[in-house]
Every structure is written in C-alpha cells, then in structure tokens.
Design a protein around this ligand. Structure first.
Ligand code: NAD
Length: 453
C-alpha cells in the first residue's frame, strides 16, 4: 500500500521504516532539507538501535524514499500520516502550528481520495480542526475530493522504538467510518499476525488515550519519586518498597523506578498539555498538576545532594565532578528535558568544573549546554572520572552497570558517588570506599577511604 509520512523525526522515520520493512511503499517527507539529504545518503540523523539498518535495506530495495516535495508525496499515496512535533506553548498547551501547516500543505496537493492520519500527540478536537482545514482548502480550490481524517496515536518508546512499532501492545485507530477502519486494519495487518492488537474507537477517545497513557506512566514515576523522598527521611529503602508493591498483581513491577525525574520530548509536554486542556475546559486536574510538580522537584534532587555533600567540605565551587550519562534515558541521543541539563546548570552556577560523558548524545548535548571552560567533554566514563571529587550517574546506560572499579578508583581524587538511578548496591559501594548517595535509600558513608581519596 502507498504511504506518505509527513515529519521524519523519531516517530515519522521509525513509522516509515517499519511500514517499508513490512513491504509497503513509503515516502518520508520533511521540510528539513538537511535531514532529507542525509537520509538520501543512507545516513540516519537520530540514534535509535536497529533503525539505520532497516532504513538502508528498504531504501536499497526501493520501498523507502525521502523527499521534501509535497506534490510528489501526496499524489503518490493513499495514506498520508502526519508525525510532526507538537511542542508545548508558553501555557503548557500543545502547539498545533506544525500539524496545521502539514495538513494545509497536504490539502493543497490532494488530487484524489486520501486517508489523512494523525500520529502526532494532539489534544482532543484536533482531528476536527484538521477536517475543517482540508474542507476549506478544497472548497477554495473548487476541488471535489473526498477524504477522511483518522487518529492513530503512537506509543513507541525512544531507545526501543523498532521493537515497539513492530510488536505494539496495541494499535489504536480512531475513526467512525467502517470502510476507513477496514483499510487501516489492512495497512496494519502485518503487525497484527500474532494476535489482535487493533483497537478501533471514536476519534476523541483515540486522541485522549495517548495523553492518558503518558500521564499515567508519568504519574507512576512521580509517585515513586515522592515515596523515595519519604523513604530517605524515614530510613526505608525504596528498592525494597518497589519490590513490596510491584509483587501485587494489581500494581505490577513496570515503571516503578525512582530516579532523577522523567524527561524526554513526551512525558513533560504531554502532562502539561493534558493539564492545560483541563484548565481550558474549566476542569480542575489536581492529580495531573501534581505529577509535573513532583517531577520538577525531583530533577533538582541530585544537584541538592551534591551541593549538601560538599557544603561541609569547602563548598562545591572549584570541585571537579564527573557526570555519567546525559541523554534523558538510555538507548537514545534525545536530550530534550533531560534531568542532566538541570543538574549541569545548577553545578555550573555553583562554580563546579564538570567532566561530561554520554555514549551517544555528546553532539546533541553540546548544542544544548552553554560553552564554558568549566566543562570538559570526555571520551568515555573513565576519562570523565580523571581527578574528580565526585561522580554523578544520571543516565543508566548498560555500560555503567558493571564498572571495572580497579581501573576507576585510581583515577579519582575524591570518593563521592551520587547514583541517580540506583544502579549499585550501597553496601558494596561503601565497602569499596565510596561515600554513596542514591535515590530513596539511606546514604552509606565509607568507613575507610580508598587509597587515592
Ligand atoms: N519521540 C517519541 O518518543 C514519541 C512517541 C510517541 C509520540 N510522539 C509524538 O509524535 C510527534 C512527533 O514527535 P517526534 O519526536 O518524532 O518529533 P521530531 O521533532 O523528532 O520530528 C518532527 C519532524 O517534523 C518535521 N516537520 C515539522 N513541520 C513539518 C511540516 N510542515 N512538514 C513536514 N515536516 C515537518 C520536523 O522538521 C521534524 O523532522 C509529537 O507529537 C510527539 O509528541 C513522540
């Protein structure tokens, strides 16, 4: 089947590549010429495990094309997906500017019946806005062309996006038209062989389901972070509490980790957009509001721990600190709303010197972090640790899980370790000579310092 994907970012490129992999004929379109040029050279502008291989294979097979040309893209396709960004506005609500631009440009080029599918995360009512835009443009063009607008929210996770798209928990299709529903099911049939994953519903519920899912997940994280703060104050261990509640089938183990706060392009903006939607309708949403409030506070916790630790040791100014992991989570180079940014800003302001390292997001991080001689960009976690007073682990990349401490310890000047993701055993870290601080667990101060301390 012939598919156009408008917006070739994390969602658009993964969607296009996966549809092509299943044998569909796909055109990925973007207004960013540089991005399209790179993709036409076989280079993938984002880091997403497995994506580059699928893009190359399907491009070589002629199933996947990249263009900036709307006329070509629209007129070659029956299904036109929109996967452009919906960033937050000043008041937290979703900025629909790119969605409106994309649907306008599609409508201007439509020459025959099209199914217009929205994959961007948008507030309820957006499909209706899209329908009005297309209707008005077709009227102005005096073009008598039929079309349907469908809501098909995307639930993939960066870092595991291919797997999520290929084997989704569910595929939500929002349409009230049975012919369109049948065509959409045919389109997604290759992803639906193992068992039925397709949920057909009305457009408003489909649009709402995406926000509700992200708010629910963010809520679990904020809940655990709030519990972690209390655990620290009462001497309980959040890891034990996590196991204690996760074993309850009604709760389950997934998404119960406390840490440095959630980031990324979705949770913060979607929670805010949902809250803004409620406010717009004069409907109070104290729970959703609290989810974001707790997260705001949590992003500052690591910085506070570091500053407190050094306050009785001459202050953090002039100290050198390694930061391991910058991306908002492992498996991605996405730096949007990353907790590391809050920590880095705070420590720079306090006068610390930072040695930063992330396995994949260094380039994106350099674009977002101010240039200053206080920062050294390191080549790996060991380079970052050279002569530092403390290490702060912010993103739990797998390569940090099993550290060669015999190699690490001689590099260090001081023995403070702030683990923002509870990756290590406090007892083991203390027995190695670290003053070990984590989230929701009592800090363990080493009885004996290691030699270089
Ligand atoms: N990133 C995720 O993990 C994820 C997961 C699920 C849903 N979503 C939602 O999907 C949408 C896209 O997110 P993303 O992370 O892929 O964004 P992104 O910023 O990575 O990509 C968006 C792309 O759209 C392009 N674009 C903007 N206006 C355009 C236009 N008029 N015509 C053609 N291209 C245009 C941009 O140049 C960019 O390449 C958002 O609404 C987001 O909330 C994202």
């Amino acid at each position: 089947m012939k598919i156009l994907i408008v917006g070739t970012g994390y969602v658009g490129l993964v969607t296009g590549a996966c549809f092509a992999e299943m044998g569909h004929q796909v055109i990925c379109l973007d207004i960013n010429q540089e991005k399209i040029d790179l993709l036409n050279q076989g280079k993938v502008p984002i880091f997403e495990p497995g994506l580059e291989e699928i893009v190359r294979r399907n491009k070589a097979a002629g199933r996947l094309e990249f263009t900036t040309n709307y006329t070509y893209g629209v007129q070659s396709s029956l299904f036109c997906f929109i996967a452009v960004s919906t960033p937050p506005q000043e008041d937290g609500s979703a900025d629909l500017r790119y969605v409106k631009q994309a649907i306008t440009q599609i409508a201007e080029q439509m020459d025959s019946y099209k199914i217009l599918i929205n994959k961007s995360t948008v507030p309820v009512g957006t499909a209706h806005i899209m329908t009005n835009i297309v209707t008005n443009i077709l009227k102005q063009r005096e073009a008598n062309i039929d079309f349907h607008v469908v809501s098909n929210p995307e639930f993939l996770k960066e870092g595991d996006a291919i797997n999520d798209f290929m084997k989704p928990d569910r595929i939500i299709i929002g349409t009230e038209n049975s012919t369109v529903s049948a065509l959409m099911q045919e389109l997604y049939a290759p992803f639906n062989l193992n068992h039925d994953r397709i949920l057909i519903m009305d457009v408003a519920s489909a649009e709402m389901a995406k926000y509700a899912a992200n708010a629910m997940l963010a809520c679990r994280i904020s809940f655990m972070n709030e519990m972690a703060g209390l655990c620290e104050r009462v001497g309980a261990d959040i890891n034990m509490v996590r196991k204690g509640i996760g074993s309850d089938k009604r709760i389950g183990y997934a998404f119960l980790y406390s840490g440095a706060g959630y980031g990324g392009s979705c949770f913060p903006k979607d929670v805010n957009a949902l809250y803004a939607l409620g406010r717009h309708l004069d409907y109070e949403m104290p729970l959703v509001e609290a989810v974001e409030k707790v997260n705001f506070r949590q992003k500052q916790v690591l910085g506070e721990k570091v500053v407190n630790y050094f306050s009785s040791r001459g202050g953090v100014a002039g100290k050198t600190i390694a930061i391991w992991g910058l991306a908002f989570k492992p498996g991605t180079d996405d730096m949007r709303e990353a907790p590391s940014l809050v920590l880095i800003r705070e420590l720079l302001e306090q006068g610390a010197f930072l040695r930063l390292y992330d396995p994949v997001s260094m380039e994106k991080a350099k674009e977002m972090i101010k240039k200053t001689p206080q920062i050294h960009w390191s080549k790996d976690e060991f380079d970052a640790a050279k002569n530092v007073d403390a290490i702060v682990l912010v993103t739990e990349w797998k390569q940090f899980r099993f550290i060669d401490f015999n190699r690490l310890i001689p590099l260090l000047k001081g023995g403070a370790f702030f683990d923002g993701r509870n990756q290590y055993s406090p007892q083991e870290m203390a027995s190695r000579g670290f003053d070990y601080y984590s989230i929701g667990q009592r800090p363990l101060i080493a009885k004996e310092d290691f030699v270089s301390k």
